[in-house]
Design a protein around this ligand. Structure first.
Ligand SMILES: N#Cc1c(-c2ccc3ccn(Cc4ccccn4)c3c2)n[nH]c1N
Length: 229
């Protein structure tokens, strides 16, 4: 998979050189390219924002640099990319979204800042790829970069070969629509707190039943909305 990211804070994505995703990049499983939106400006101050038409507080990101940046990252695309703009006004990012996007050969992420990007950019981007406005959750961030970091990690770890043991992806929260069961490791007693005896019993059937019960109880308590359907 190829991933292009356009941002005015490219250094934020240095973290993608580390850990799992860093190894996936080195092995060629992921081709991640980060671009500075200011490289697509032509004035002395490398301006990317301006005042909003119609008035209002804050600034809006100018369309011209975005048009040139999107042209550049899609110019040599081997296939029609999915172009994702994080947005508080977007569809909710879920594990199902991550699974869907993990099958795309090419993702482009456009990180907005200020009060957002000129709306005409999304319309133009639709000429270059399949546009998706996606929200990380119902709270307001200062820009799209943190959301892209989360999305790239959630998507990247689902790509075959990125995570060492693919079985570890199966029993995770949200994979089966429920929250994950509690985990324990040695020592068997820690600060007078014991590991649930069933986990030490060697009875795999009883362990599986206990874990499923824990998943259901946790989901009922913490995320009843996941059981609503
Ligand atoms: N994904 C996601 C997001 C964002 C997000 C994403 C992109 C931008 C670009 C600018 N801002 C600041 C801003 C503040 C106020 C109104 C509009 N925009 C962003 C915020 N906030 N919360 C999420 N779950």
């Amino acid at each position: 998979m190829r991933i292009d990211v356009v941002s005015i804070f490219p250094a934020i994505f240095d973290a993608l050189e580390l850990s799992l995703l860093g190894r996936a990049r080195q092995s060629g499983l992921l081709d991640v390219r980060i671009r500075d939106l200011r490289d697509y400006t032509h004035d002395r101050h490398r301006t990317v924002d301006d005042t909003p038409y119609g008035g209002g507080a804050g600034m809006v990101m100018k369309p011209e640099p975005w048009g040139e940046a999107l042209d550049d990252v899609t110019r040599d695309a081997a296939s029609r990319p999915v172009i994702i703009f994080p947005s508080p006004a977007g569809e909710r990012f879920t594990q199902a979204t991550a699974r869907e996007l993990a099958t795309a050969p090419h993702l482009v992420f456009g990180c907005g800042r200020y009060e957002g990007i000129d709306e005409r950019v999304f319309d133009y981007a639709a000429e270059l790829g399949d546009v998706r406005l996606i929200s990380l959750g119902d709270y307001v961030l200062n820009g799209g970069e943190v959301a892209v970091m989360a999305m790239v990690e959630a998507i990247g770890r689902l790509i075959p070969g990125v995570v060492g043991n693919p079985e570890s992806l199966v029993e995770e929260s949200h994979e089966d629509g429920l929250l994950e069961y509690p985990s324990f490791t040695k020592p068997a007693v820690w600060r007078e707190r014991e590991v649930p005896p069933v986990l030490l019993s060697g009875n795999h059937g009883a362990v599986a039943t206990w874990r499923r019960e824990q998943q259901l109880e946790r989901t009922r308590q913490r995320r009843p909305d996941l059981l609503a359907d």
